[in-house]
Design a protein around this ligand. Structure first.
Ligand SMILES: *[C@@H]1O[C@H](CO)[C@@H](O)[C@H](O)[C@H]1NC(C)=O
Ligand SMILES: *[C@@H]1O[C@H](CO)[C@@H](O)[C@H](O)[C@H]1NC(C)=O
Ligand SMILES: *[C@@H]1O[C@H](CO)[C@@H](O)[C@H](O)[C@H]1NC(C)=O
Ligand SMILES: *[C@@H]1O[C@H](CO)[C@@H](O)[C@H](O)[C@H]1NC(C)=O
Length: 184
């Protein structure tokens, strides 16, 4: 019963998306009928490595300022592995791709523009988008989940972060993510 309802919804949603707009670039506006939503919890570790032979994060731009105490204005491109356990040798279940942007003038803050893509289990091929400030000097912090792809379509939620390991000289870190996400 519940399964067929969800299936019917997927069909409706699929049809609505595939339908060509009748008047140029827009469709007729209709009342929005909410679909049944699901709740999923995710738990994984992100490995961010700026140093060494094979970094997963690279600095692509920084301002020409030598006086600042924080790397304000720095832009870092990342492709960080996500693992089930804290050790990099544990199972890799996906990666986070996008940007960190150092946006704090006084306190180190790395704005997050990241897509967390999964490649194992039922969420293989699906991803969630995070767009949030990230005060990385606080051991525990929270990021906003603003959207998703595939099985995480229309995702909304939040991620609770806890630094598991950080070497601020080498700029390497392992961060635990506990994500709560509502999606279709
Ligand atoms: C950086 O700024 C200094 C001081 O203003 C200047 O001498 C130097 O040429 C600048 N370097 C670059 C790469 O723009
Ligand atoms: C990760 O696992 C490897 C191999 O099992 C082990 O040698 C290493 O000490 C572990 N590292 C940490 C930080 O637990
Ligand atoms: C994940 O999906 C890709 C593309 O559909 C497929 O090639 C791969 O085998 C899948 N991996 C797992 C672990 O299911
Ligand atoms: C960070 O790495 C450097 C270089 O390997 C090392 O000397 C230092 O002890 C490390 N610091 C921490 C907190 O692990």
């Amino acid at each position: 019963m519940k399964k067929s309802l969800i299936l019917a919804w997927i069909l409706v949603l699929g049809k609505a998306m595939a339908m060509a707009p009748p008047h140029g670039y827009y469709s007729k506006t209709k009342p929005y009928v909410p679909a049944p939503q699901k709740l999923t919890h995710l738990h994984f570790f992100l490995h961010d490595t700026l140093s060494g032979q094979n970094p997963s994060a690279v600095i692509v731009a920084r301002p020409n300022m030598t006086t600042a105490s924080v790397p304000f204005g720095e832009v870092i491109v990342v492709d960080d592995p996500l693992t089930v356990g804290p050790n990099i040798t544990s199972e890799v279940i996906g990666n986070a791709q996008g940007l960190w942007v150092s946006t704090g003038r006084d306190v180190l803050t790395l704005m997050v523009y990241l897509d967390f893509g999964f490649m194992k289990g039922q969420f293989n091929g699906s991803s969630i988008s995070m767009f949030s400030r990230n005060p990385i000097t606080e051991t525990e912090r929270e990021l906003a989940v603003g959207g998703g792809r595939g099985k995480f379509r229309m995702a909304k939620g939040f991620a609770q972060l806890k630094t598991y390991f950080r070497n601020s000289t080498l700029r390497n870190s392992i961060v635990e993510y506990k994500v709560t996400v509502i999606h279709y």
